[in-house]
Design a protein around this ligand. Structure first.
Ligand SMILES: *Cc1c(COP(=O)(O)O)cnc(C)c1O
Length: 399
């Protein structure tokens, strides 16, 4: 099916022209109050936030150099660990999921472990308490990767506030965006002080580039603009068979590290005022569509456990096998309906990351069977229903 419009793969908060007017740079303060944190540190990306967190923690525990991450996560996490001068290490995920397998985590942590990174993918909340217990037994810190979960809560608390540190991403498409940005929080005053000591240099070249990119994002982040800005490059990459490029998993040349300028800070300060209502509408839409998706035979949709109040940037699905998932993607990926894949590979399989120790068969299996459906407000009921029909058809066609 060919359309003239493109639904974004995730529900990003659209900017308004008024957001672009100069105003006081209060993003960190407003984000902290939204998160229920005493304060928050604004950084130039989620990855940069992780670099700062790890440098601060390493200064507090200099003999520990290993950072344990799930076998299925954003490849930038591996890059950020290396950029902090530390050693990434993989722990396999539980079978059929994306969270740490607790038994493997126990076997992976030791006196060399600096930090463990529970990761709230797709707005879903993972069980930080169990992970903290295991990390604590090894004397390691817990850094919550909440890059995809700004606004998700456990009971009354935001994700990111249970571990020693939490970070969020403000990259394009991840809910609230200043094109590239990040937020760091910690409930521990000593950790906050150590993170505040990490200098973020001012780089006019990077800030000008990001400001231009943010203007482009504000102008093109709607179904017509996205057709050219996102859909056409996606279809070209898929036609070349370059899946990693298609989902934007490819590695940047380095990780820029600089302070966010006043103007972009002000844009975020304005937009964050609309975030609670936008997330609530997304929750509402998701609650309405989940039963339909869950009625499809052979499709598992990840949701919330008791006490978990996740956000819904997109639906994360696991199908019964790779062949069925690939059939679904063949039918849906290039159609502009907001269907995509999350990370293409398990972390062990990105050539650009080089070898990372850790055996991750479950993460590979998850990469082979998972796919995503946007929860953008631009995905209408008719299109959503047509996606469900395709999923029903491929499930039936399964050998
Ligand atoms: C996007 C992402 C990051 C990195 O955030 P950036 O702002 O893109 O640097 C880290 N972890 C996860 C799970 C992500 O999705």
């Amino acid at each position: 099916m060919q359309r003239r419009t493109e639904i974004p793969p995730t529900a990003g908060l659209p900017l308004r022209w008024r957001d672009l007017l100069p105003r006081p740079p209060r993003l960190a303060k407003r984000a902290a109050s939204f998160l229920g944190s005493d304060d928050a540190l604004l950084t130039c990306s989620g990855s940069a936030a992780l670099v700062i967190a790890l440098r601060a923690l390493h200064a507090m525990a200099p003999s520990r150099r290993e950072v344990v991450m799930p076998g299925y996560t954003c490849p930038l996490v591996g890059l950020a660990v290396r950029r902090a001068g530390l050693e990434p290490k993989l722990c396999d995920t539980e079978h059929g999921g994306f969270g740490f397998d607790p038994r493997q985590l126990e076997a992976t942590c030791n006196e060399r472990t600096l930090a463990v990174l529970p990761t709230h993918l797709a707005g879903r909340v993972v069980d930080v308490a169990t992970i903290s217990h295991i990390a604590g037994n090894a004397g390691a810190f817990v850094v919550e990767d909440a890059a995809q979960a700004l606004g998700a809560r456990v009971g009354d608390d935001s994700v990111g506030m249970q571990g020693d540190v939490g970070f969020f991403s403000l990259a394009a498409g991840k809910g609230l965006s200043i094109f590239e940005g990040g937020l760091l929080v910690s409930r521990r005053p000593d950790v906050r002080r150590a993170m505040g000591d990490v200098q973020q240099p001012w780089r006019l070249d990077w800030e000008l580039r990001r400001s231009a990119e943010l203007l482009g994002y504000a102008a093109l982040y709607h179904p017509h603009g996205l057709r050219r800005a996102y859909g056409d490059p996606l279809r070209r990459a898929l036609a070349r068979g370059e899946l990693v490029q298609a989902v934007g998993d490819d590695m940047p040349d380095g990780l820029p590290f600089h302070r966010v300028g006043r103007w972009r800070n002000g844009v975020g300060s304005a937009a964050i005022g609309r975030l609670p209502a936008f997330l609530a509408a997304g929750n509402h839409r998701a609650a309405r569509r989940l039963p339909r998706l869950r009625a499809i035979h052979g499709v598992h949709v990840f949701g919330d456990g008791p006490g978990q109040h996740g956000t819904w940037p997109y639906f994360l699905l696991r199908l019964c096998d790779r062949a069925t998932r690939d059939l679904a993607m063949d039918a849906l990926w290039t159609g502009g309906q907001g269907v995509s894949r999350l990370f293409i590979h398990a972390m062990a399989d990105y050539p650009a990351l080089g070898p990372i120790p850790g055996d991750v068969p479950n993460a590979r299996d998850f990469a082979a069977r998972s796919m995503t459906i946007s929860n953008s407000p631009w995905l209408d009921d008719v299109t959503f229903e047509s996606i469900c029909r395709v999923l029903e058809r491929v499930a039936r066609a399964r050998p």
